[in-house]
Design a protein around this ligand. Structure first.
Ligand SMILES: Cc1cc2nc3c(=O)[nH]c(=O)nc-3n(C[C@H](O)[C@H](O)[C@H](O)COP(=O)(O)O)c2cc1C
Length: 190
């Protein structure tokens, strides 16, 4: 059982995957985490498309010009928004993506957030929406590519300089004391 800070600091963007598949049970857990995210007024404006088809993943990866090895992830999950359901759909969808990434980390899976720009009219968006049969009125917000990782990256640690320049105490410009080193890499403990 990992603590929250362990999962948060160990989460890294992983783009290389083994050929091992991801079970439907694993997908259920990832989607359950996604749908546990907070959303404005609890409107949950999200829909998901689970993609396993190699040809579809390849086509979208090429359209989005992402790292080619991301197409090798056994599963991509498309995060879609019903834009009429909430004016805060971008924030709601971000929270759902983040929950998914953290759940993947807790399960020992590797994952990458594949972002989209705000306009749905980029060539990548158009191609992906056509490929996935996304109806009018829905925004393709992001994909998460997920699989068993074939690479490791070190956990996040707190950067004392960043902390000292970004955190203000009570009012802008009042520096907050940098936490003692024991807090810098709590989540990196094995
Ligand atoms: C909104 C957003 C969009 C992203 N889009 C992509 C992407 O299209 N391709 C990719 O390889 N990584 C993508 N990333 C992952 C970032 O490159 C990664 O989070 C960043 O390099 C920091 O690394 P870390 O996630 O390991 O902390 C995206 C991340 C965010 C938050």
């Amino acid at each position: 059982m990992y603590s929250a800070i362990e999962v948060i600091q160990q989460r890294r963007t992983l783009r290389r995957f083994t050929t091992a598949n991801i079970s439907d049970d694993d997908i259920q857990r990832l989607l359950t985490a996604a749908m546990a995210a907070p959303s404005l007024m609890g409107r949950k404006p999200w829909h998901f498309v689970v993609i396993r088809d190699a040809e579809v993943k390849k086509r979208i990866a090429e359209a989005f010009r992402v790292h080619p090895q991301l197409a090798e992830a056994p599963v991509w999950i498309a995060f879609l928004a019903d834009v009429s359901a909430s004016p805060a759909w971008r924030m709601d969808l971000s929270a759902a993506v983040m929950n998914t990434l953290l759940q993947a980390t807790a399960m020992g899976l590797g994952a990458t957030w594949i972002g989209t720009v705000d306009s749905k009219w980029t060539p990548g968006q158009v191609e992906a929406c056509r490929t996935l049969y996304i109806p009018e009125g829905w925004e393709l917000f992001a994909f998460v590519a997920v699989g068993k990782p074939a690479e490791q990256r070190p956990p996040h640690v707190l950067d004392p300089y960043v902390f000292s320049t970004r955190v203000h105490e009570g009012k802008w410009g009042n520096r907050r004391q940098v936490p003692s080193p024991q807090y810098h890499s709590e989540g990196g403990k094995q």
